[in-house]
Design a protein around this ligand. Sequence first.
Ligand SMILES: Nc1ncnc2c1ncn2[C@@H]1O[C@H](COP(=O)(O)OP(=O)(O)OP(=O)(O)O)[C@@H](O)[C@H]1O
Length: 287
Amino acid sequence: MNVGVLYSRIRRDEKLLLSELRDRGHEVTKIDVRKERFGVHEPPQAFDGVDIVVDRCLATSRSRYVTRFVDAYDLPVVNDPETAAICADKARNSLVLAEAGIPTPATEVTFTKESAMESIEEFGYPCVLKPVIGSWGRLMAKIDSRDAAEAILEHKETLGHYEHKVFYIQEFVEKPGRDIRVVATDGEPVAAMARSSDHWLTNAARGAETEAIEITDEMADLVERASEAVGGGLLGVDLMETGDSYTVHEVNHTVEFKALNEVSDVDVPATVVDWLESRVRGVEVTA
Ligand SMILES: Nc1ncnc2c1ncn2[C@@H]1O[C@H](COP(=O)(O)OP(=O)(O)OP(=O)(O)O)[C@@H](O)[C@H]1O
């Protein structure tokens, strides 16, 4: 098969994927989205002969638009544009998880700092304020007091980009110093790791320690349901432990897997390519 890989920077994750594809004799068409022009009628020539497109754009804005265009060109794309749109937006992410009855932290969205303050006071301290669009733990605030809340809300309202005028407020989950990332393909867990840190943010990108963990039946069930809630695909499902159970705080759509591949016995890129091959076979059968 010929796999089109949309990118703007090739990270270790993409290198792993590209070399697994090439090792199996697949053709790879690297498509640098910074250089292409995406017409509404005609696809760029770069897509000629491509069987399936994998979106690996680092920037969420690029990911969201480029997947829409690829979908309009009638090419299968991983992930689906609607999945990318849901996962890129923490408010939509939380909504679909809650709608599907999946345990997820209590969350409110408000549009003024006054109503945000009401929400924060009701959640009590600490609580969490997140940007609706963002990753790697950037611009996340754990709010410990009313004074801190007032300052952050004023900064966001005065200095923030328009997305920062959507206040996404969440209960603080007392997790055991770690959270869990499960990479899954169409709801089927590939491998899981715990990310531990002394800091309340336990993102691997912020230097948290990572270790492989077993996937329990309960985790697998939540991952399957969370994947279905956002429309499936190649996803990273993030969970926190809550004593005897779990809460799913988000699902990521252009999931990084290099850290997981390093700690896990599972060959993550190989499993992802197995899945891509099965997707292309599925398209050929139905065509
Ligand atoms: N409600 C919460 N209570 C306690 N800790 C939280 C809460 N929400 C998030 N965290 C912690 O903050 C980290 C980052 O959260 P989240 O995944 O929502 O942000 P992100 O910027 O989208 O990160 P990523 O890009 O890794 O998905 C999580 O790994 C988790 O440890």
